[in-house]
Design a protein around this ligand. Structure first.
Ligand SMILES: Cc1cc2nc3c(=O)[nH]c(=O)nc-3n(C[C@H](O)[C@H](O)[C@H](O)COP(=O)(O)O)c2cc1C
Length: 192
C-alpha cells in the first residue's frame, strides 16, 4: 500500500519533448496494459480500445498533421506546421486511447468516456512504475475528423488521449499541486 501511495505521490508528467527512446518493448507494453486496463467500467462495456503508434508510423502521422495544419489554417506559419509535424516524433511509443461510446445505452455516455479517461491515467501510472516517463496529450489532432479517419476510428469512437511514453531525458518539472483542503467540502445534509 505504501508503494502505491508513493507512486501516486510522485506521479508527474514528463513533457513529450523530453521523451526519447528506447520505448517499452512488446513484453513491457503487454505488462503495462495488463495493469492499466483494470479500470472502473460501469456495465463492463469495455468502452475503449488502444492503438499503438511507434516507429515510422509516427513520421507518417506527423506528415498528416503537417498537411492538416495547413488545411485548417492556410495562414499557418512554417514554425506552426513544423511543430505539428514534430508532435509525435519525440516519444518512441504513443498509445492512443480510443473511447468507444455507445449512444443511447443505459450506461450514460459520460461514464463510458470517464472509463476511457481512467485508462489514460492508469497508463501514466503503469508507465511510471515501469521506469518510463509519460504524458497524456490531446491537442487539435485528437478532435480532427480527418485524423480520426486516418487512424481508423469508426462510428462512436473518439480519442480520449494520446499517451506518449519513453525515457525521460531530464527529470520532469514539478508544479504546485492542489491543497486538499481547498477542494474538499462536506455536505451537511441541507435543509430538512
Ligand atoms: C484530457 C487531457 C488532455 C491534455 N492535453 C494536453 C495537451 O494537449 N497539451 C498539454 O500541454 N497538456 C495536456 N494535458 C496536460 C498534461 O497531460 C499534464 O497533466 C500536464 O503536463 C501537467 O503535468 P502533471 O500531469 O504532472 O500534472 C492534458 C491533460 C488531460 C487530462
Amino acid at each position: 500500500m505504501d508503494d502505491l501511495l508513493a507512486l501516486l505521490d510522485t506521479r508527474r508528467s514528463t513533457p513529450s519533448r523530453l521523451l526519447a527512446g528506447p520505448g517499452p518493448d512488446d513484453a513491457t507494453l503487454q505488462r503495462m496494459l495488463q495493469s492499466a486496463l483494470r479500470v472502473p467500467d460501469h456495465g463492463a462495456l469495455t468502452p475503449w480500445r488502444v492503438l499503438l503508434i511507434r516507429g515510422e508510423a509516427r513520421t507518417r502521422l506527423g506528415d498528416l498533421l503537417a498537411r492538416r495544419s495547413r488545411e485548417r489554417d492556410p495562414d499557418a506559419t512554417e514554425a506552426v506546421v513544423e511543430k505539428d509535424r514534430a508532435r509525435f516524433q519525440h516519444a518512441p511509443v504513443v498509445l492512443a486511447v480510443i473511447a468507444r461510446i455507445q449512444a443511447g445505452h443505459r450506461i450514460p455516455e459520460q461514464e463510458q468516456l470517464l472509463s476511457a479517461g481512467c485508462v489514460c491515467f492508469s497508463l501514466l501510472l503503469a508507465a511510471q512504475a515501469l521506469g518510463f516517463g509519460a504524458q497524456w496529450l490531446t491537442g487539435w489532432a485528437a478532435y480532427d475528423a480527418v485524423v480520426a479517419d486516418r487512424l481508423g476510428l469508426g462510428e462512436g469512437e473518439r480519442i480520449a488521449g494520446f499517451v506518449h511514453i519513453g525515457q525521460a531525458t531530464q527529470s520532469a518539472p514539478e508544479r504546485p499541486r492542489p491543497d486538499p483542503s481547498a477542494v474538499l467540502t462536506e455536505w451537511q445534509g441541507g435543509p430538512a
